[in-house]
Design a binder for this molecule. Structure first.
Ligand SMILES: NC(=O)c1ccc[n+]([C@@H]2O[C@H](COP(=O)([O-])OP(=O)(O)OC[C@H]3O[C@@H](n4cnc5c(N)ncnc54)[C@H](OP(=O)(O)O)[C@@H]3O)[C@@H](O)[C@H]2O)c1
Length: 336
């Protein structure tokens, strides 16, 4: 009897031992392959790279990382203060343009082509804007503004700079979002703009592969930048704008002010908890520029690699149920 028990215990210990060993080996393999992927391979010294959205956040981080590597960064900014700070941070040149306006994008592209002597290694589209709010109280102008900056601007600028990128067999990096693969409630204009950017990137990637220009998409989850910090205050501003435009509209009973205040308070605290260091996204963008074989897609951030990856892959009726739970507190039920 005792011998039988001892045998069973030895068998159990062996199984546990092998399982732990397998787990450790798997972990080592994952870490080593992640480390190997990170080994920089191309020297960016002296290469021209255009980065939009350098006034703040991820764009500012990319500018710093590329300047450290000796790249000649054309840091596109929205404001003069941003441009001055970009020059102090090592930009070769920091032009200002409001990417909502086609004419300013075309002028920017003309100047970039003449400055860089038509030898462009990289084009990183980081500039982006978000105007959150539920669809009942989203002014139509918000869809136009967000689409202009997040979608039309990268499309126009890329087209103008393609000859220079083709010459150097360079890189295009499009900063999308996890919202570009999983659309979440309360942010429809932004979600739509990033989905459009993803569709554009898919087509562009194949078309440019014939001339060895690579296209990478970056999908960050929530990062600690001004965009994330301003998200819920901006949500409140959208509600207030609709309250000015349509003070007596039926939308106001569906999304009352008391509900909005609770929603903003609860979700601001939640966002503070989940926001991550933007350096993860910056590292991925730099990898897309300096790796011999850049990846097609970078899921940047813990939540992007886990929760959003699962939501992206799971059956739609499951992700629909999950997304409903993200609206906390839910709005009052529509009266029958
Ligand atoms: N932070 C996140 O949680 C997160 C998550 C997923 C994806 N992303 C994406 O990451 C990118 C960078 O965002 P971020 O987090 O670094 O936010 P950010 O700090 O607000 O950076 C966005 C940049 O775009 C610029 N910009 C906005 N409107 C513009 C316009 N009309 N013309 C020219 N430039 C304009 C902003 O200039 P000003 O600073 O002068 O306004 C700013 O420099 C965006 O594409 C965003 O969609 C961010």
């Amino acid at each position: 009897m005792l011998a039988e028990q001892a045998g069973a215990l030895t068998g159990l210990a062996t199984t546990v031992g092998y399982t732990v060993l397998f787990g450790v080996l798997l972990w080592v393999l994952v870490r080593v392959s992640a480390w190997l992927r990170r080994i920089p391979c191309l020297d960016l010294q002296g290469r021209w790279v255009v980065v939009t959205g350098c006034d703040s956040g991820i764009g500012q981080g990319v500018l710093a990382a590329l300047s450290q590597r000796g790249a000649k960064v054309i840091a596109c900014c929205l404001t003069n203060e941003g441009a001055r700070a970009a020059m102090d941070a090592g930009a070769a040149w920091a032009p200002c343009a409001d990417l909502k306006h086609d004419a300013q994008i075309l002028e920017l592209a003309r100047e970039i082509n003449s400055r860089s002597g038509s030898a462009l290694w990289g084009l990183v589209h980081t500039a982006g804007t978000v105007l959150p709010g539920f669809v009942d109280y989203q002014p139509a102008s918000h869809y136009r503004e967000v689409m202009s900056v997040n979608f039309h601007a990268p499309v126009i600028l890329t087209q103008q700079l393609l000859p220079a990128l083709r010459l150097s067999r360079g890189r295009v990096v499009l900063v999308s979002s996890v919202d570009g693969i999983v659309s979440l409630p309360g942010n429809a204009p932004y979600d739509a703009s990033k989905f459009a950017l993803e569709a554009y990137a898919d087509a562009l990637r194949v078309e440019l592969s014939f001339c060895d220009v690579s296209v990478s998409v970056i999908n960050p989850s929530t990062m600690r930048t001004p965009m994330a910090r301003e998200f819920f205050p901006a949500h409140r501003r959208t509600w207030q704008e609709m309250a000015r435009q349509s003070p007596e509209g039926p939308w106001r009973q569906l999304w009352p002010e008391e509900w909005l205040e609770r929603y903003v308070e609860l979700n601001t605290a939640q966002l503070d908890r989940i926001a991550e260091d933007p350096r993860g996204a910056v590292d991925d963008i730099v990898h897309a520029l300096e790796a011999v074989r850049p990846r097609l897609r970078y899921l940047s951030g813990r939540l992007a690699k886990t929760l959003f990856y699962l939501l992206w892959l799971m059956p739609e009726h499951w992700s629909f149920r999950f997304k409903r739970l993200t609206v906390q507190p839910p709005p009052p039920r529509t009266p029958k």
